[in-house]
Design a protein around this ligand. Structure first.
Ligand SMILES: [Zn+2]
Length: 224
């Protein structure tokens, strides 16, 4: 062994060790920062109350599809997905105007939002029309000040590459959004009377996309 080789080897090993500690230290730090960020993200709507209103229920079945889908059932399904994901991913308190197949009158639904002092009210429906070719998603608001909420949710829906027509954001005179003191919108998430929309709304993939869109849109709106 040449004189001086051993000390230089030691120096080399030492440099490598320092480099390894430096590189992995940074990685560990960034992973920890990410986790911290995620935890914060999961609590970003702490203290907010959101009411999700699955349309119809009980004796009122809503529209009925060619394949036998009842609007009241698919609306409840979507509402439950949104309730779970919204609560888990944002920390918000998420209430449903009905969590089972029961008749709930419209004034009762609005009263629930009022007594909960809701920060947001989203009514979920699936549309129908006499001719079967009409399809797509429409977002309704009533009060002018709810237009922005409607725009944000509608955009969020169509960021999800839904295989249906964009029927736009419209003003609609529906009781639950007209009489609400909370910011309120009504979503018609597809046409039950259209075979393609009906098939899509019954797919897990569609439900997942809609759920993600609403969670993202609500979080965006309430953290503006
Ligand atoms: Zn409806």
């Amino acid at each position: 062994m040449k004189k001086g080789f051993f000390p230089s080897l030691c120096v080399l090993i030492f440099i490598c060790l320092v480099a390894v500690i430096y590189i992995f230290g940074e990685q560990i730090e960034s992973v920890m920062a990410q986790q911290g960020g995620q935890q914060e993200d999961n609590r970003r709507l702490d203290g907010k109350t959101i009411v999700i209103d699955p349309g119809h229920g009980g004796k009122d079945v809503g529209s009925i599809g060619q394949a036998g889908t009842y609007e009241k059932d698919v609306a409840l399904l979507t509402a439950k997905h949104i309730q779970r994901e919204l609560a888990e991913q944002t920390g918000a308190t998420v209430l449903l105007t009905r969590d089972q197949d029961e008749t709930v009158q419209l004034p009762e639904r609005v009263a629930m939002a009022e007594s909960a002092n809701a920060d947001l009210y989203i009514s979920l429906h699936y549309d129908a029309y006499v001719t079967k070719d009409v399809s797509g998603i429409t977002t309704y608001y009533h009060k002018q000040e709810d237009r922005q909420l409607a725009d944000i949710l509608h955009q969020s829906l169509f960021q999800q590459d839904l295989q249906t027509k964009d029927r736009g954001v419209r003003q609609g005179d529906y009781y639950v959004i007209r009489e609400n003191r909370s910011p309120a919108v009504l979503l018609e998430l597809g046409y039950i009377s259209n075979a393609n929309d009906e098939q899509q709304m019954n797919s897990a993939q569609f439900q997942k996309k809609v759920t993600k869109a609403i969670v993202d849109g609500v979080a965006d709106y309430l953290t503006l």
